[in-house]
Design a protein around this ligand. Structure first.
Ligand code: NAP
Length: 476
């Protein structure tokens, strides 16, 4: 297993020789170690990306697209190894890790196809001939989180490389090995030296060096709202183009016409993916009063039946929380909710798993939740379902929109008029109607308000890496 960083096509260690250890969150066993890069190595990565940009941007679109398609095919061939590595460093069940490899690959296939849809435009202007074209912004930076180690990277690398940008990626400290395995595949697929560079290490000095360098023209970040704000401030000096995919606090609305079995199936699929450590997983369950009790009973029964354990075991539904701070936050949210008057229906604490760490939390259902509770205001990022009843559509929509976040929302209903209204009025960038998986590579994905801005997926994802040029000609 490769454990080096990639700069200008060479696999390198840190100048200082320092490394960071990567541990399996389910067992605390070492998975590997990666270089702790510093300022000098970061500058070399910018030199490499900047040097490689003109030739990569000038390469014909068909050639760049072919490289991306080849990269995707190579990921498919290495699916089992990539998934096993992801489960080892991130903890998610192996089946979810395999699905993530497929999901990550799909961004390369979609970007390779979408690049052909971007054509010059010629707006009609009397007395002038106008051509509007687009060109790549230049050197792009990607900073990604630990919860989807491959997919979050793919969402950024695929569009950047498709349009002709070069890139420097900084994966999360807890899951860098999946990113390194991906970079190795990119090199095998023929991505030229300097087009893709990868740095691991302490994020602050790396990010500061990148933000200060005027050759860097784009930053795409996925992670917490707090760090997103920090990066936006840091990017101000160079007026950096930004895409910020930040935290979420998704509401899931269950209306009175919902079929109970389908509602529970959709809620379970959306909530417990990656143990609830997903930016779009529902954190607030709003259920029509007429079916509240039946829904809660069925949700609690299905939740309690989920199996926790080490992700390599085939029967496992829920892996560990990523670290001690993460499980402590989940516990704090549950304790706070109960102290503020919520009723605990199932779960509520840690779950012992033989031969594993103490980072497994029981799937938990709480009812009677209110805006005073932390779980109703902040991302819990764990397997907790806070539930509240509503009486009519106006109340449901008002409660759903009562959050500073706006990434995803879900609704379970078949009423066409209501579906139309929800699409217009729910203030989130993504709305899933009877759909627990609205994030697919061909569809724009991203947030509004404190969930950030910018879109990933389809041609919308490509546009984040392009600048628009208007050439206005008057014949002399
Ligand atoms: P995080 O702490 O913000 O970290 C995300 C990335 O930022 C990591 O690579 C991290 O590096 C880096 N980072 C941390 N401090 C930094 C700094 N001062 N300067 C520059 N980079 C810095 O978030 P997380 O805990 O990994 O991920 C969970 C969050 O991501 C949740 O809020 C979740 O909702 C959000 N998320 C959003 C989406 C979306 O599409 N909107 C998708 C997935 C996750 P280190 O790991 O080395 O510290």
């Amino acid at each position: 297993m490769r454990q080096d960083n990639l700069i200008d096509g060479a696999w390198v260690r840190a100048d200082s020789g320092r490394t960071l250890e990567v541990l399996d969150p389910a067992t605390d066993l070492p998975v590997g170690s990666v270089p702790a890069m510093g300022v000098a190595e970061t500058r070399r990565a910018v030199d490499a990306a900047s040097g490689a940009f003109p030739a990569w941007a000038a390469r014909p679109v068909e050639a760049r697209a072919a490289t991306l398609v080849d990269l995707s095919a190579r990921m498919a061939a290495k699916r089992a190894g990539l998934a096993a590595l992801m489960t080892a460093e991130q903890g998610k069940p192996l089946a979810e890790a395999q699905a993530e490899v497929d999901y990550a690959r799909s961004f390369f296939d979609v970007a390779a196809a979408a690049i052909h849809t971007l054509e010059d435009e010629h707006p009609e202007v009397p007395g002038k001939s106008v051509r509007v074209h687009r060109r790549p912004v230049g050197v792009a930076v990607a900073i990604t989180p630990w919860n989807f180690p491959l997919a979050m990277l793919a969402k950024k690398v695929a569009p950047a490389l498709a349009v002709g940008c070069t890139q420097i990626v900084k994966p999360a400290e807890q899951t860098p090995l999946s990113a390194i395995a991906f970079a190795e595949i990119a090199i095998e697929a023929g991505v030229p030296a300097g087009v893709l560079n990868l740095l691991t290490g302490d994020p602050a000095p790396i990010a500061e060096t990148l933000l200060e360098d005027p050759r860097v023209r784009k930053l795409s970040f996925t992670g917490s709202t707090e760090v997103g704000r920090l990066l936006m401030r840091g990017g101000a000096t160079n007026l950096l183009r930004l895409s910020l995919e930040l935290g979420g606090h998704a509401p899931l609305l269950v209306f009175e016409d919902a079929d109970l079995d389908s509602a529970v199936r959709i809620a379970m699929a959306a909530k417990y993916r990656n143990g609830g450590q997903t930016c779009i997983c529902p954190n607030r369950f709003l259920v029509h009063a007429s079916i509240h009790d039946a829904f809660v009973a069925a949700l609690a029964e299905a939740s309690a039946a989920l199996v926790s354990g080490v992700g390599t075991r085939p029967e496992v539904d829920l892996g560990p929380m990523i670290d001690d701070a993460a499980i402590e936050k989940v516990e704090a949210h549950v304790t706070d909710a109960i102290r503020c008057g919520a009723t605990l229906v199932t779960g509520g604490g840690r779950r012992r798993v033989a031969g594993a760490t103490n980072r497994f939390h029981e799937p938990t259902v709480l009812t009677g939740c209110t805006a005073e509770m932390r779980c109703w205001r902040e991302e819990t990022f764990g397997p907790v379902c806070p539930v509240r009843a509503f009486r009519d559509d106006d109340e449901a929509i008002a409660l759903a929109n009562d959050s500073e976040y706006g990434l995803a929302s879900y609704a379970i209903t078949s009423d066409p008029g209501r579906i139309e209204r929800l699409g217009l009025e729910l203030r989130t960038g993504v709305v899933g109607i009877n759909d627990p998986g609205p994030a697919v590579a061909a569809v724009p994905f991203g947030g509004v308000r404190h969930s950030g801005f910018g879109r990933e997926g389809g041609r919308w994802g490509l546009e984040e890496y392009l600048e628009t040029v208007a050439v206005s000609r008057v014949d002399a």
